[in-house]
Ligand binder design. Structure first.
Ligand SMILES: C[S@@+](CC[C@H](N)C(=O)[O-])C[C@H]1O[C@@H](n2cnc3c(N)ncnc32)[C@H](O)[C@@H]1O
Length: 379
């Protein structure tokens, strides 16, 4: 029964375009995901859903097996070659390490690290049950695993707010790093190739959501109303948004039509990050506001000390959605957001520069400065 469920899962991912290479597809078909989720019923182990294995006292997920479609997408981004030395940050259940082992073959190596000793103990027993060899380390993945470096490929399977020096140091000169990178409240899985010792060029950037990596973080969450969160970075302008949503709404409809919300998140969102220091994300629980249309979880927004504006969409008769902008106490932000949505230019390219200690980072539009890295959005 598990074989049939696994075949159906992979067929579905393939039909949706989530897996494109024969090698990744073969790995997904071979590795029995249920051996990595002994606490799950078989249909749940083979659903195209993340499966949470650990939560904190407040119910927030601490560890999980990621959604198979996202696992496949990131393995496609990583493009492992037989014989590669691979480091994974975030061992979790060990499932992805087994897939990586299939991709490196016997000539390569897989090292995986997790911060939680209970998680690594379980990953070890799951990998033994499936017969995949990997080196499993307990510790903070922010330090990497220097003893196995350099790595041809590094894959991070928790949401990283920065790229710590160890990853720069342990990635081989020709290496590729795949990381769910967080900025301005959103997460994108970046496939980064080393273009120079201190420069990583993004080959692709795919929208995703991930359990945040534990450790130093520069994300700030504000709650202008219960169940409503504005998520941004610590370097951004912050005002007191309390009660802002009670102020009268100012709504503009742009006439722009998009096939789906993803179209906003790819082009518009990146242009917004490139041009606006106040770009952020707003999200609201289903019953938190009476806003109509409702606020989807990944909604691009602008927020400053005065007020807030965010993207809205309404269905049209032809199956597309028309984009609009709603603002509270912020006609200047409504105008700026509307202008960015209307900007016909393609999404900017993404480059990550190492932010060396003591150096003066480039300032101004298109640069997002973190502790160890600078994200440059150009074009
Ligand atoms: C989404 S799960 C990883 C899924 C895993 N790759 C799999 O195949 O099941 C994220 C993992 O990252 C781990 N993690 C979070 N912060 C970490 C850190 N600073 N260093 C190492 N692991 C960390 C969590 O304990 C959790 O197990």
């Amino acid at each position: 029964m598990s074989d049939a469920l696994r075949a159906r899962l992979v067929d579905g991912i393939r039909a949706a375009g989530g897996v494109t290479s024969a090698r990744v597809e073969a790995a997904l078909r071979r590795v029995p995901r249920h051996l990595f989720l002994p606490g799950a019923a078989l249909p749940d182990a083979y659903a195209d859903e993340p499966f949470v294995t650990r939560r904190d006292a407040a119910g927030r997920a601490l560890s999980s097996a990621s959604q198979p479609t996202i696992v496949a997408m990131m393995l496609e981004q990583l493009a492992v070659e037989p014989g590669d030395r691979v480091l994974e940050i975030g061992a979790g259940t060990g499932y992805n390490a087994a897939l990586l082992r299939e991709l490196t073959g016997p000539a390569g190596t897989v090292t995986t690290i997790d911060i939680d000793p209970d998680v690594t103990a379980e990953a070890r027993s799951h990998l033994a049950a499936s017969g995949h060899r990997a080196r499993i380390v307990t510790g903070d993945g922010g330090a990497g695993v220097p003893s196995g470096a350099p790595y041809d490929r590094i894959i991070v399977t928790a949401g990283a707010w920065d790229l710590p020096p160890a990853w720069w140091d342990q990635l081989a000169p020709h290496g590729r790093l795949v990381v769910p990178f967080r900025w301005r409240g959103m997460t994108r899985s970046l496939a980064l190739d080393r273009a120079a010792p201190d420069v990583l060029a993004a080959r692709s950037a795919r929208v995703c959501g991930f359990i945040p990596m534990r450790g130093a973080d520069g994300e700030v969450v504000r709650e202008p109303a219960p169940g409503v969160r504005v998520v941004h970075d610590a370097d951004q302008p912050a005002g007191d948004l309390a009660g802002v949503l009670d102020a009268p709404a100012d709504e503009t409809w742009t006439g722009l039509r998009v096939p789906d919300w993803d179209a906003v998140l790819t082009g518009g969102w990146l242009r917004l990050c490139a041009s606006r220091p106040d770009a952020c994300r707003i999200t609201a629980d289903a019953t938190a506001t009476k806003a109509s249309p409702a606020i989807p979880p990944m909604t691009p927004a602008l927020a400053d000390a005065a007020g807030l504006a965010y993207v809205v969409a309404r269905r049209t008769g032809d199956g597309t959605a028309e984009l609009g902008v709603r603002g509270h106490r912020a006609p200047h932000l409504v105008a700026a957001l509307t202008e960015t949505l209307r900007d016909p230019r393609p999404a900017p390219s993404l480059t990550i520069l190492r932010n060396a200690e003591g150096a003066t980072p480039p300032a101004g539009a298109g640069h997002i400065v973190k502790h160890h890295t600078i994200l440059r959005l150009a074009g």
